[in-house]
Design a protein around this ligand. Structure first.
Ligand code: UD1
Length: 401
């Protein structure tokens, strides 16, 4: 069986790495091996946004690199579709796995769902990893990508129970939905020990040597922002920065910046909010204030999260990672597509006004909320997915209606 695994943007890499490892594991006991083909669309292409993750996650070089780069949503999606169709023609896979909710996910799902090997309509089986999440906010490009991808997929792999309700409410048959857990958490659990060896805290001046020679970590917060809603509009960005002012007066706030966010800080003239702008080696020792840094690799960022007293973010994945790590999280959005992180985890939805953000930070900074690890976030999601795939590709001799 040949399976294409599609990646394109930064949050895809940690969701795909466990799938490749699960394929290897299954091949150890399966007489007819699965042949994985890793396709990278090139949606993210900078070393810091892509290559650094391949290195940290021990991902093999992509078998196919489409090199689409940036563009408007329509141009980027269309370019991925055109190039991915040629990949299906060349590779003739039995199945295609797409992960997450980025443009690469929806583009490759659309191509796979319409692809035909013969006049009987045979085509590769399409699986969506991280299906069923809904923010119910169609102004988010990711929400459109989720809905499209889910409705086109044959096999829907959900990370939390809300996904089952969402998909059934939209009329998707229960026998196509599989509650497998979370491959991003598989990755986190697998990499946690290696992340402990990262020297990022020393580099950022966040740890200090005690008299005993051991190092201790100063309480600090982490900030990440990249959503167009939050950073493209100057007033929206300003609200968030104002909401950060109290905590920034008390502690260091490390802010590894997405390239778009970095550009917007300059365009909006907001540099004065940061104690160091775009430094790779911020000042030692850090003063209270927002310390801007370049984007970090996976292991460095995981180390930074693990030791943080608080994380403020608009990322979906980081809401899940902080839940797993038990680190208080403030989400700078009006909603989340990952409600389990609020119900069970350490996440609090703050909205996007400076008052709401300030209040949520005050509560979360005061202490770790009660939390538990969501069901099946146990490091075995990818293995479950590959097992489902094996069961279905054997049975998949006719197009799924
Ligand atoms: C994409 C995803 C988003 C995900 C985020 C993680 C979509 C619609 N959005 O958003 O869901 O949370 O990735 O980072 O797919 N850029 C670079 N270098 C790169 C990549 C991008 O400088 O390697 C810049 C380009 O100017 C580009 C902009 O960032 O125009 C946005 O990149 P894009 O891939 O379109 O969306 P993201 O905001 O990264």
């Amino acid at each position: 069986m040949k399976v294409i695994i599609v990646v394109g943007a930064r949050p895809n890499f940690m969701k795909a790495a466990p799938l490749l490892r699960a394929v290897d594991k299954a091949n150890g006991r399966n007489p007819s091996p699965i042949v994985p083909v890793l396709v990278h669309t090139g949606q993210h292409y900078d070393v810091a946004m892509s290559d650094a993750f391949f290195a940290d996650l021990n991902l093999p070089r992509p078998d196919v690199y489409l090199g689409v780069g940036s563009g408007s949503h329509a141009c980027q999606t269309a370019e991925i579709m055109k190039r991915f169709e040629c990949v299906l023609e060349d590779q003739h896979p039995d199945a295609v796995l797409v992960v997450g909710d980025v443009n690469s996910t929806a583009a490759c799902a659309l191509v796979t769902a319409k692809f035909c090997y013969d006049s009987a309509g045979h085509r590769p089986l399409l699986g969506h990893v991280e299906a069923g999440l809904r923010s119910f906010d169609r102004s988010m490009p990711e929400e459109c990508n989720r809905v499209v991808t889910d409705h086109l997929s044959d096999l829907l792999f959900i990370t939390e129970k809300s996904g089952l309700h969402n998909l059934q409410n939209e009329g998707i048959a229960a026998n196509r939905i599989f509650f497998v857990g979370n491959t991003m958490i598989d990755c986190l659990l697998e990499c946690r020990e290696r992340a402990k060896t990262s020297i990022i805290l020393d580099r950022l001046g966040l740890s200090e040597r005690c008299n005993s020679g051991r190092s201790s970590t100063r309480p600090y917060a982490v900030l990440t922002l990249h959503r167009p809603n939050n950073v493209d509009d100057r007033d929206a960005f300003l609200q968030i920065l104002k909401g950060m002012q109290d905590i920034a007066a008390e502690a260091a706030v490390v802010f590894p910046m997405h390239p778009r966010t970095f550009r917007k800080v300059e365009e909006h003239g907001l540099s004065s909010f940061f104690s160091v702008l775009a430094a790779t080696e911020p000042a030692h020792p850090p003063r209270p204030g927002i310390v801007a840094a370049a984007p970090l690799g996976y292991l460095d960022f995981l180390c930074l999260l693990m030791h943080a007293r608080l994380v403020v973010t608009d990322s979906g994945g980081i809401q899940e990672e902080t839940t797993c790590l038990g680190v208080p999280c403030v989400t700078v959005r009006n909603n989340t597509e990952r409600p389990v992180t609020v119900e069970k985890g350490t996440n609090r939805i703050a909205g996007t006004t400076s008052e709401g953000i300030r209040d949520a930070i005050r509560v979360q900074w005061a202490g770790t909320p009660e939390f538990s690890i969501p069901h099946k976030w146990d490091g075995h999601a990818a293995e479950r997915i590959i097992q489902v795939l094996l069961n279905h590709t054997v049975a998949h001799s006719a197009p799924i209606p």
